[in-house]
Design a protein around this ligand. Sequence first.
Ligand code: S3P
Length: 173
Amino acid sequence: MKIVLIGYMGSGKSSVGKKLAAVLGIPFKDMDDEIEKQEGISIPKIFLEKGEIYFRKVEIEVLKNILSKSEGFVLATGGGTPCYADSMNFLVKQKDVVSVYLKTPIDVLTTRLFSEKENRPLLAHLKTEDNLNDFIRKHLFERGYFYNQAALTVENGGESVNETVEKIILKLF
Ligand code: S3P
């Protein structure tokens, strides 16, 4: 089984994905790590030196490459992965892929992301928590169109990683 976690930055895709993969006994893959490995520089540097359009091009290539592998895995995508280059449509058409949207309330995302925004090129310019909250609200409204096409949706607000993993497993099997 190929499980693809999607959701906004800070929704817990990597921490939940790692634990879910360990529980299921299958490999964990992280799109951002794969992109950084392939490009040999960090995500913020890719945005800075090559721009977002270049990043999105690499992102879809890496997604398709990972999905072409035959063995099962849990994949944590980047927050924007399903929202560009018809990727969500591509994902839902894959017979062996289950997409899972980790849905997190805006206020939780804001608190989590405020301390980590320097690592996220799309957020680094936002000065205050209010600015960040406004930005996330609008961005999530746009991106929700894609996220909501996932096969499964699991709330990941105040829950622990273990609780969220348990909820995903209950929905999967
Ligand atoms: C992005 C999310 C990031 C990373 C890049 C762009 C986005 O991944 O791919 O900074 O467009 O939402 P995370 O969701 O893992 O932070």
